[in-house]
Design a protein around this ligand. Structure first.
Ligand SMILES: [Zn+2]
Length: 216
């Protein structure tokens, strides 16, 4: 009842097209927009050197691009649930994660994190953990350099920009383990690759990646 009254005063609207939604629509995206998400469910090629595979759930375009934008840059934290849900579903029908020991979100530098108020990859991982019982490590791989955004950089510049940006605090926790890195968007895979370099130098056996969307 309270929900319905609140929805009358503050109606829920689709974050993409603005269409009014039912009060209990936790996705906050209408069926029409949701159905236009382009699922790709594929491996990313060429595969960067340190990665054993990168799996992408969607193409970074159209509705999913708008959803990620709302989530990351417009502070719509609630988008983590439906978007993380896409990743959890993709993992179900996609890569075999039975051999994965630890899930690791790509870390933000503490300054970027406090500016945004959250780490999008950490929130996305929540839904994966709900569906796939795995161990989470969100504080052992850290970003020691506050690198500039990879957007608008060339492939070579992206690699140089994130070089040595990450550090593992306690290598023992990753030693001999298979790790799944989680990030929202991947273009060349330079960031994931740099994370994987740190993880493998810490003794990780295999490092896989899953990203919500793969851009060109
Ligand atoms: Zn819509």
């Amino acid at each position: 009842m309270l929900k319905q009254i609140l929805n009358f005063i503050f109606p829920l609207a689709c974050g993409v097209c603005g269409k009014l939604l039912e009060a209990d629509d936790h996705r906050r995206i209408c069926d029409g927009c949701w159905s236009r998400i382009a699922y790709s469910r594929r491996m990313v090629f060429p595969l960067p050197y340190w990665m054993d595979d990168i799996y992408a759930c969607c193409s970074y375009e159209g509705v999913i691009k708008e959803c990620i934008h709302l989530f990351k840059y417009r502070g719509r934290e609630y988008m983590a649930r439906p978007l993380g849900g896409i990743m959890a579903d993709c993992l179900e029908g996609g890569i075999d994660i039975s051999g994965i020991d630890i899930l690791v979100p790509v870390p933000l530098h503490k300054r970027s994190r406090s500016k945004r108020g959250f780490n999008q990859s950490e929130l996305l991982i929540g839904e994966i953990l709900v569906k796939h019982a795995k161990v989470l490590s969100n504080d052992n791989l850290v970003r020691v350099q506050n690198t500039r955004s990879q957007v608008r950089l060339s492939s070579k510049e992206r690699t140089m920009n994130v070089e040595d940006a990450f550090r593992v605090k306690n290598p023992e926790l990753f030693s001999g383990r298979n790790v799944l890195l989680v990030d929202d968007v991947c273009t060349t895979g330079a960031t994931l690759n740099e994370c994987a370099k740190s993880l493998k130098n810490a003794g990780a056996k295999k490092v896989f990646g899953i990203v919500l969307a793969h851009g060109r």
